[in-house]
Ligand binder design. Structure first.
Ligand code: ZN
Length: 80
């Protein structure tokens, strides 16, 4: 199962495990200029998760927001 017990759920009532992008991962370049990092957003059956420090701390971050906003829009749901 998942590393954390926090999930970002942009669309309530949506079955993520039925979404075409279920199980997909999105990588973001992040971190500081002298300490670059890559963060990964994952779509799980219960919502989105990110491995950046902000998500671990708050249960949400700009990465999951960005993916969530994209995927729950009517256009996003049609992309598979
Ligand atoms: Zn993040």
């Amino acid at each position: 199962m998942s590393k954390y017990d926090r999930y970002h759920k942009p669309a309530l009532g949506v079955r993520y495990d039925h979404h075409p992008a279920f199980g997909a991962e999105w990588c973001f370049a992040g971190g500081k200029k002298n300490d670059p990092k890559t963060y990964t957003v994952t779509m799980t059956a219960r919502g989105f998760q990110c491995d950046c420090p902000g998500f671990k701390f708050r249960g949400k971050c700009k990465h999951v927001n960005q993916i969530g906003d994209c995927l729950v829009s009517p256009i996003g749901w049609m992309i598979s």
